[in-house]
Design a protein. Structure first.
Length: 246
């Protein structure tokens, strides 16, 4: 699915799993650096499997030491600027570091695929991360990087019905799964519900008729990730609880 309008840009913010296509490897970005003064451990990137107990709060595996190796596909060179900006924001607010993949067994492969999508957390081996047409908005890239770091959607929390009103009659039936909930066995919300999170969809996402699919209890509308300027204070807090300083 491509994104040629705000509505379509919101619609392609979907999680896709089970990818198997291969892309060439080229044009890595410059190595990332941990934010100074945060007590972050500095060490080599992951060269093996995740350590026992390294599960993320929503059932996703954390990147060991907060180090995320990556490569940029030959088809994705145009995304370097957008990726660098989003990576810098995350690095500047946490101990997470993005580094060029060398001999690591687990890494993110940035590709120019169909739509915007990422696996949730580290899945092992090469994991594709797509930013297709219209997906290079700063907020969109942040949203997908947070998925890659192990975060599910805010509106999929088990307690979301206390904070949101869903209007399922307006949801495209083929996309109803976007409004499911994370199983309680996989859930650790890491903090209070956050209406300003980069991980929550806009009110008209996946609408079949242009009407809201979810709103605040008072009827207030939610902002799409692509329209946000950065991480919320809540996002930063949760990021640092998932990847705490050493």
């Amino acid at each position: 699915m491509t994104a040629t309008s705000p509505t379509r840009r919101a619609a392609v913010l979907a999680l896709l799993v089970g990818l198997s296509a291969a892309w060439s490897v080229a044009a890595p970005l410059a190595p990332g650096a941990a934010a100074a003064g945060k007590g972050c451990a500095v060490g080599p990137g992951d060269r093996g499997a995740a350590s026992p107990g390294a599960r993320g709060g929503a059932g996703a595996t954390r990147w060991p030491g907060g180090v995320v190796p990556y490569r940029v596909g030959a088809d994705a060179k145009s995304l370097v600027k957008a990726l660098r900006g989003a990576m810098r924001e995350i690095e500047g607010n946490s101990c997470v570091r993005f580094v060029r993949a060398e001999q690591q067994q687990n890494w993110i492969q940035f590709v120019r695929g169909e739509g915007c999508y990422s696996y949730v957390g580290m899945v092992g081996g090469r994991q594709n991360f797509s930013l297709g047409e219209g997906c290079d908005w700063h907020g969109t890239v942040l949203h997908e990087l947070m998925h890659a770091l192990g975060f599910f959607h805010e509106h999929m929390r088990g307690d979301r019905d206390q904070h949101l009103v869903l209007h399922l009659e307006n949801v495209d039936p083929s996309l109803a799964a976007q409004f499911g909930k994370v199983g309680t066995e996989n859930e650790d919300t890491l903090g209070p519900f956050d209406y300003d999170s980069i991980m929550i969809y806009g009110s008209k996402s996946f609408s079949r008729n242009g009407r809201p699919t979810m709103t605040r209890p008072d009827g207030g509308l939610l902002v799409d990730p692509y329209a946000r300027t950065g991480l919320s204070r809540g996002d930063v807090g949760k990021l640092n609880r998932r990847y705490p300083p050493a």
